[in-house]
Write a new protein. Structure first.
Length: 390
């Protein structure tokens, strides 16, 4: 099966590469090799770790017996297929002059903020897996939904309705957000609709009344934050609450789909996550005080000012850490995650509204801190798993 999978990837990549060569399009091979190597190393390390912890096993009758660490060599077929196929596909779709969807898809990728995909997929996947202790089709569908379509909707709707302020915001147009041309506004909204509805229909149908409510709240928060007529992002403090819901609700959806019991420990963890989300949004709003005011957009930062907002974020991150200290072992270990965020914000305790834009450096560090925090949370989850299994 792995050989067939790889054969398809190679065949399609060769066809696309040949088509691309006629367009004088070249794949950046050094970048592909670096990314591919990193992907293979991560696969070897984390598959070995998960197999060592008995998170899953393989039937000897279905594998060759060749292993890298503890990972069967077959495990590497799927990341290898990705390394082979995705660059060729991307080059073809973004450079082919007759492919009408190419420009829209290129904008969609930038709009969806790939660097932040994991921030919503991980909460869903971790919550569902730890509640069910199983990997099934519903986990896969939900994880894919919260990885890409959900982020496309969350940020795509935002970039369409925030164009008036984004056009005057110097940090828009790259890693921190797209500057979507008006001609793509309506097509982007349609793309958000057609990519989200099928997944939502499946998740609604497969779930319970509780999960349906969680999905409804999650979807409403995504729309209400940016869409005209609702614009929760222009309601101070409601904006931070809604933004936090964007990241906490995938975990709640995962838990309700898994039929988890919401005991005090779980509620404390969700509360800590919610406080983290409030702080994250408020801190990000500080850097946009000037462009938001020029566009007539209200936010928690434009109302209480830069310095007060930074203090508010530090209090919220501190509260998140305190709540984690109140959970059962090994939950208190996660409290340490709050420290880097607080340290990152402290230098700006005396920032003024006039120089609020200088916090962008700290915001960029915040983006990468999320990966470090996710790593620590993952290790804690593995420790919890080992404790539960005795």
């Amino acid at each position: 099966m792995s050989v067939a999978f790889l054969a398809i990837a190679v065949t399609v990549a060769l066809i696309l590469t040949r088509a691309g060569s006629s367009l004088r399009v070249k794949v950046n091979m050094p970048a592909v090799l670096v990314a591919g190597t990193a992907l293979m190393v991560l696969t070897a390390v984390f598959d070995t770790l998960m197999i060592a912890l008995n998170l899953f096993t393989y039937s000897d009758a279905l594998i060759s017996g060749i292993r890298v660490g503890l990972a069967p060599v077959e495990d590497f077929a799927y990341p290898l297929a990705t390394v082979i196929l995705l660059p060729a596909l991307w080059q073809f779709m973004t450079h082919h002059p007759h492919l009408k969807m190419s420009a829209l898809l290129k904008h969609a990728l930038i709009v969806s903020r790939p660097v932040s995909w994991i921030n919503t997929a991980f909460p869903f996947g971790a919550a569902y897996f730890l509640a069910t202790r199983d990997i099934d089709w519903l986990l896969v569908v939900g994880a894919i939904y919260y990885l890409i379509p959900y982020n496309l909707a969350m940020y795509g709707i935002n970039d369409v309705f925030d164009y008036a302020s984004d056009i005057n915001n110097p940090r828009k147009g790259g890693l921190e957000g797209a500057l979507l041309p008006p001609a793509y506004h309506r097509p982007m909204l349609w793309l958000c609709l057609v990519t989200n509805v099928p997944f939502l229909a499946v998740l609604f149908a497969a779930g319970s009344p509780e999960s349906a409510i969680a999905l409804a709240v999650s979807t409403f928060a995504v729309i209400a934050y940016s869409a005209a007529g609702l614009r929760f992002k222009e309601r101070p403090f409601v904006d931070s609450l809604t933004s936090s819901t964007h990241f906490v609700s995938p975990a709640v959806v995962g838990l309700t789909l898994a039929g988890a019991s919401f005991d005090s420990a779980l509620l404390l963890m969700l509360g800590a996550f919610f406080c983290w989300g409030i702080a994250a949004h408020a801190f990000g709003a500080v850097q946009d005080i000037q462009p938001d005011r020029e566009a007539g957009i209200g936010s928690v930062a434009t109302v209480i000012g830069a310095r007060s907002t930074v203090i508010f974020t530090i209090v919220m991150w501190g509260t998140a850490g305190i709540l984690m200290l109140m959970t059962s072992w090994p939950g208190p270990l996660v409290a340490i995650v709050a420290v880097p965020y607080i340290v990152n914000a402290v230098p700006y305790l005396h920032v003024t509204d006039q120089d609020a834009g200088t916090t962008n450096k700290a915001w960029r560090r915040f983006i990468w801190l999320n990966y470090f925090s996710g790593f620590l949370v993952t290790l804690t989850m593995i420790l919890w798993w080992m404790t539960v299994r005795g």
